[in-house]
Design a protein around this ligand. Sequence first.
Ligand code: SF4
Length: 360
Amino acid sequence: MRLTYPHMGEAYIAVKAMFDDLGIESIIPPFSTDSTLRLGAKESPEGICLPFKIMLGNYVKSIEEGADTIVITGSCGPCRFGYYGPLQKLILQDMGYDVDMIIIDPPKEGIAKFINNIRRLSGKTGFKTYKVFMDAYKICEKIDELNQVQYFVRPRTKDKAKVNSIIHNFKSQVLKLKGSREISNMIDKTKEELLSLNIDMDANPIKIGIIGEIYTIIDPFSNLNAEERLGNMGAEIHRSMTIRDWAENNLIKPLRREKPYEMEKRLSKPYLPALIGGHTQQCLGHAVNYALSGYDGLVQIYPMGCMPEIVSRSILPQIEKDYGIPILYLIVDEQTGEAGYQTRLEAFYDYVENRKRRLS
Ligand code: SF4
């Protein structure tokens, strides 16, 4: 069995650590590029959302490198994500690829089924699997910490190119490592490299929260590197959802029989008291939380045709009004042009920075 899984931001690092520690060979698809997206878009239903197309492109590239089994998380929520696995398997069959697809539903859909799926995949005892799983979760926590450091350093140093090269180097070098211990050490080393740069501790950059659909805010290819672009302009950004946050709320908390996303549901309740699929409540809850925490602006990113985020989009102007926080709305798909995207980010950055100066 040669496993593969789709790209979703830094998820490949924690998943690689987990499979390495379990002794399972896995093939990480090449980093997503325009050719990945073209490949996926060509075979996908026209109106399907962007993550579906990129993931399909990832699978084809991995299969061409020898993968025969795809692992993907599932969902029974009211949005298209629940159809991703079965539909992608049919498309791959039509393309002549005979691969297995293992869809791991989160524990909230049935804890016994979840544990059995993991055991089936690992072939190890429950205890060993649990330990490896928790080590991978710790990698997710460390990636969040590393990101916090880069978000802090980038707007406060003149050496932005160095920040970018340290992070890009980390993302590619980590592929050569094996297991959670080696990866963990490399994350620590990368953090130290970032902190050794010349940092202006008196700088007071504008703070921008990134909200929206989970895949497009986590995956830099799909959002045209929005975090790096804003950081290079001089903004300190914060990403509302991360792989760690997803794992905590969808895997760890249900296993501990704790309620997920409590803060997000509480703060979004006046605007949307019911689950409608995707991460709408999280998007709205984080928008309110950022406003209450003194952020200067928000950027909502979502794929063209994303049903849950269209609902967020229609509610966010009310939050903008209630809390006096400016929001930029960015829709992404395979037609998104880089120049127009950059111009909108720059215009928003200038607006928010001027506004902050006027108000202070
Ligand atoms: S949340 Fe949006 S982009 Fe993601 S699967 Fe659902 S509809 Fe598609």
